[in-house]
Design a protein around this ligand. Structure first.
Ligand code: ATP
Ligand code: MG
Length: 337
């Protein structure tokens, strides 16, 4: 459970980025956070990870009261969070493989397990052929997918993705979102910050809109402000819907049923409580969620095949749609924060 009670964040320079935020996100929810640039979306994610501290109100994440939490406890909080940063934060001197493996290493996973899991995660984001590349040798979208693989690799309970499709073309965005939706079916909380109306409208999830540092709406459904670029996304997703996509019924098993090993080091917000929490989630799963339980028990290979299948459909679909222009030149990324 995540709960904001009258939360305010004012940065040291006097900028108030969030005002009187009241918000509850239950375990296993899928939530979009939308709003214009500068509204306070990234700040909200930074409060959740305790990268920034609230300056008013109360913020609870699972059993932690983040306003009162001692800094020495923050690594424990972060083990249950997987974060995809708007600016990626990959290590430039590490390859794709090493960037993802690092997140497992810092929580003390065995070399054997790392060798087994990392390639699987990298293939889940379709980057098998870039495993040995360095971040500077990748496009913005490829870096973003590495960041996603790293966020997921320790099987966190809560996944927070800040513009995970911000540098990706529509068909790849669809694949990434499809992956997040399937992960959500494993009773993981997924919070996605995005500007993309088409994507938000397609998935029909809970949408929390922030405008001028305040929550202005919170409802299931659609993003309210449309741009030309959004219209392109809508076209792709509408087409996908017409094809009667069966993605809803596909489940993945990204849960690696990991053993948790406490580590004295802090991970780059990528660590998790893996097996302990997976077991707890299974116990807590509502009686009707057979599919969810089955998903947890499915093999990675089956999940992978399901994902590839869905990815192929999305690619085929995109080939039938007017190809939209690439959204963002990766070199523009610096200016986006
Ligand atoms: N470290 C900081 N110090 C001072 N002000 C900041 C800091 N970080 C963000 N802000 C300000 O807080 C407000 C909210 O910023 P935030 O990054 O949360 O916006 P955002 O909704 O994520 O925008 P975008 O869509 O452009 O990423 C903005 O006015 C921004 O200038
Ligand atoms: Mg932001």
């Amino acid at each position: 459970m995540i709960e904001f009670k009258n939360v305010t964040k004012t940065y040291p320079n006097g900028t108030t980025a969030l005002k009187n935020v009241n918000l509850k996100i239950r375990d296993g929810e899928f939530v979009f956070i939308v709003g214009p640039s500068g509204a306070g979306k990234t700040t909200l994610t930074k409060l959740l990870t305790r990268e920034e501290k609230i300056t008013g109100g109360k913020l609870i994440v699972d059993k932690y009261d983040l306003g009162k939490m001692r800094t020495s406890r923050v690594p424990y909080l972060r083990r249950s969070l997987g974060m995809v940063f708007q600016d990626f934060r990959l290590f430039p001197n590490m390859t794709v493989y090493e960037n993802v493996a690092f997140a497992m290493r810092v929580v003390g996973e065995s070399a054997r397990k790392i060798r087994r899991i990392v390639p699987h995660m990298i293939s889940l984001v379709n980057l098998e052929d870039k495993m040995r590349s360095y971040p500077t040798q990748l496009s913005g979208g490829e870096q973003q997918r590495v960041a996603l693989a790293r966020a997921l690799v320790n099987n966190p309970n809560i996944i927070i993705a800040d513009e995970p499709t911000g540098n990706i073309d529509p068909k790849m965005s669809m694949e990434i979102m499809d992956l997040l939706v399937r992960i959500n079916k494993l009773h993981k909380t997924v919070i996605v910050v995005t500007h993309e109306k088409g994507l938000v409208d397609y998935f029909q999830k809970r949408v929390i809109s922030i405008n001028e540092h305040e929550i202005v709406s919170d409802k299931v459904g659609e993003y309210e402000v449309e741009t030309d670029e959004d219209a392109v996304f809508s076209a792709v997703y509408d087409e996908e819907a017409r094809r009667g996509d069966a993605a809803e019924n596909q489940n993945t098993d990204t849960a690696q049923r990991a053993a948790v090993r406490r580590s004295p080091q802090d991970a780059p917000l990528a660590a998790s409580t893996a097996e302990r929490s997976a077991v707890r989630r299974r116990q807590q799963a509502p009686a009707g969620s057979t599919a969810q339980r089955e998903a947890v028990h499915r093999t990675p290979n089956a999940a992978d095949a399901a994902h590839r299948d869905s990815a192929r459909r999305a690619r085929q679909n995109a080939a039938h749609t007017n190809r939209p222009s690439e959204k963002t030149d990766p070199t523009e990324q610096e200016g986006r924060q």
